[in-house]
Design a protein. Structure first.
Length: 709
């Protein structure tokens, strides 16, 4: 019935000292946290191997002999709040209190395999198997209690992990008494999860369970972890992405007391027990680089991309474009652009690697711990089972913290030196090696009939993804085509919060406003007559009701903008009011209203925080964020040259959560940000009559657009 299984007591505190599980719980102050280090016996590990989510309930939870429940979550916590919402889902199905759950997140030895925490997919994809595991465990435990208490199943009730007889409440047994800290080896097939109407924990607003630890500075990040004998690494970096090393002399660096200088092929680094002395020693390295001197820059990048774009492929298609054009009175074409932007997380990437004879342990600020495991194993030419990745808290990720050179460098340096090695990027390294959101071009051609209905829609997307590019309006003839190649960019690009969607929605919803103007209609009425999706109509009307103002044909001088999207089945409608200084081109965002339908809502409080965060991040992405570069040389290397939204620039934000419990939970963290570029572009046009086609919409670009309108 139950296999012997228990948590080991080999946990380490931030200083690498032994810490028992009970002591760890006591000093944590609450039941919701990320284990920094835990261990399970090999019997547990064997159940976790392979790709995909397992069906065994033990893969997701364990009830300790003290009644606490460990939740094994492959996803990581980087500020999105799933450390709370995942616990809510399990607490609901298992019928335990929320504060009795201990989160074990992103541990490759304990948690099921997962591709990574990306795309607002945590609740959507990890939630269902987690809920099923909780529901099955509850059913199994009730069955066990029925046998132990000699009471029929129908007479038993559960609350906070205690099963009791409805007729005789004193006749009871706890989950802990039933499992005694062991593995549950009994299973019941097809146990249904609870109806939403039965929920008492899931769907209720809870403050973030990790907030207090973070505010008080108690939360541990990779850079906070120290191991005995640990050395800090500083690695020689090139001045540009196209630089080639010609010569290097490390003799002066070797003279720094305590410095360990490593030269191995392309890896040149200095290790020291003091990070400042490691950096000082690295500065003593004499090096000569050869740079290619490419003249590609912010001004020429879009022409370069258009010339480099392949024929591409069709993403979605319906009807016949020629028929759509034939049925139209007017044909409208437009082209939109966005520059490279950085993830700019509050915590630069950090990794701590400890390579020993038979095993490798890695602490990493990563969104993809299992990808880190694969990268480390490949770098050391060992089996993945020999690599154990642990994921502490992350100080933001936004799609940028996955796996790459920092992992390979850290494990190589640890193996060569024989010490645990911590490699933490400086802010300059973070900006240099970040995989930027790609510069991109979106070309649109549409047609309208005499009633203001869209008859055709052709969209070519150059060098970004296809996400959210499917038309949300009722268009009889459309085609969306993607045209990208991997070698056109002068440096690495990758996913950025709402990959592809930010670019696509900016272009599509800006173009929609252009169509509204061409049709002689206000932007709200135009959208409503072209929408037939009742769910989208409901979301848009909810945003309009909250906004409480009437729209006019633009430019009205009011500064109102609208933007809508379907982001992986989360529906969003955003409305903004802006003021534009006609002398300076400065934009002040006065108010933002965002309505979002993401199906069943697990934590309304957390959902609002995520939407507010997405909108705030979207403001600077739309108005100021731009990587300045020449060839492979990055000029934007810190916050003094890369402006992000400050508290003083944050507007009033109203969030409307659309109740849709009949739809399983969808994504929350990314959808809202994807509407921000277009809603601001449309609001700026309504304010001053200047249409912006390029992100970011800087004061200089706004003044130029006003001059050329």
């Amino acid at each position: 019935m139950i296999e012997e299984e228990s948590l080991s007591t080999d946990n380490l505190d931030a200083n690498g000292q032994q810490l028992s599980r009970r002591d760890f719980l006591n000093i944590s102050g609450c039941g919701i946290f990320v284990f920094m280090s835990t261990g399970m016996s090999s019997a547990f590990d064997l159940k976790q191997r392979g790709r995909g989510y397992p069906t065994d309930l033990n893969a997701y939870l364990k009830i300790g002999d003290d009644g606490r429940v460990s939740l094994f979550c492959s996803k990581i916590e980087m500020g999105q709040g799933i450390i709370t919402s995942m616990a809510q889902m399990l607490a609901e199905e298992l019928d335990v209190s929320l504060d009795s759950i201990d989160m074990v997140m992103g541990d490759t030895r304990l948690c099921p395999w997962d591709s990574g925490t990306t795309g607002s997919r945590s609740t959507k994809y990890y939630g269902p198997p987690l809920r099923k595991a909780g529901a099955e465990a509850r059913a199994v435990l009730i069955q066990m209690a029925s046998e132990k208490l000699d009471v029929e199943l129908e007479r038993l009730t559960v609350k906070n992990g205690i099963i009791s007889d409805k007729r005789n409440p004193d006749n009871k047994v706890t989950y802990a008494d039933l499992t005694k800290g062991n593995r549950i080896d009994r299973h019941i097939s097809d146990v249904p999860i609870k109806l939403v109407s039965e929920h008492t924990v899931s769907g209720k607003p809870y403050l973030r369970m990790d907030a207090r630890a973070k505010v008080k500075g108690e939360a541990k990040y990779t850079g906070d972890i120290k191991l005995p004998g640990m050395l800090y690494a500083k690695v020689l970096r090139p001045p540009s992405h196209d630089a080639i090393l010609e010569s290097v002399d490390v003799s002066n660096a070797s003279k720094v007391k305590g410095a360990v200088v490593i030269e191995e092929k392309d890896l040149i680094a200095v290790l020291h027990e003091n990070p400042d002395l490691a950096a000082a020693a690295l500065n003593q390295v004499s090096v000569k680089w050869k740079e290619t001197g490419s003249d590609l820059d912010n001004k020429s990048i879009f022409d370069h991309l258009k010339k480099s774009a392949p024929d591409g492929r069709i993403h979605v298609e319906k009807g016949n474009l020629s028929e759509g054009y034939s049925a139209a009175n007017q044909i409208i074409e437009s082209e939109f652009y966005n520059h490279y932007i950085a993830h700019a997380p509050s915590e630069p990437y950090a990794v701590l690697a400890h390579v020993e004879d038979e095993k490798v342990t890695i602490w990493a600020s990563t969104q993809a711990p299992f990808r880190v495991r694969s990268t480390a194993a490949e770098a050391l030419n060992i089996e993945e089972d020999q690599v154990h990745v642990k994921t502490p808290f992350l100080g933001c990720g936004f799609g940028g913290k996955k796996s790459g050179r920092q992992i390979t460098e850290a494990v190589r340096l640890s193996k060569i030196s024989g010490h645990p090695v911590q490699l933490a990027w400086t802010r300059q390294e973070e900006f240099f090696y970040d995989t930027f959101r790609p510069a991109a071009v979106v070309q649109l051609k549409s047609s309208l009939d005499s009633k203001g209905l869209i008859t055709s829609w052709a969209c070519d997307i150059l060098f970004t993804g296809s996400r959210s590019s499917e038309p949300i309006y009722n268009i009889p003839h459309y085609r969306v085509k993607t045209r990208s190649s991997s070698d056109a960019h002068p440096f690495g690009t990758g996913a950025w919060r709402g990959p592809g969607s930010n670019t696509n929605v900016f272009a599509m919803e800006s173009h929609t406003d252009i169509l509204a103007k061409t049709a002689g209609m206000d932007p709200l009425s135009f959208r409503l007559i072209n929408l037939t999706d009742e769910r989208m109509i409901r979301v848009l009307k909810a945003a309009v009701d909250k906004f409480g103002e009437n729209f006019k044909i633009g430019p009205s001088g009011l500064g109102y903008g609208i933007s809508c999207t379907n982001y992986l089945n989360s529906y969003v409608a955003t409305i903004a009011k802006v003021s534009v200084n006609k002398s300076s081109g400065q934009v002040k965002v006065d108010r933002v209203v965002c309505a979002q339908d993401m199906g069943e809502i697990i934590n309304p409080q957390g959902a609002k925080l995520q939407i507010e965060g997405g909108i705030t991040m979207g403001l600077s992405a739309a108005l100021s964020e731009e990587i300045k570069f020449t060839g492979g040389k990055i000029h934007s290397r810190n916050y003094n040259s890369y402006e992000i939204t400050r508290f003083s620039k944050a507007p009033e934000v109203d969030i409307v959560l659309i109740d849709n419990p009949d739809l399983a939970p969808q994504g929350c963290g990314e959808p809202a940000i994807t509407t921000v570029g277009a809603v601001l572009a449309n609001a700026i046009y309504d304010a001053v009559g200047a249409r912006l086609y390029t992100l970011p919409m800087t004061p200089e670009r706004i003044l130029t657009a006003m001059k050329n309108k």
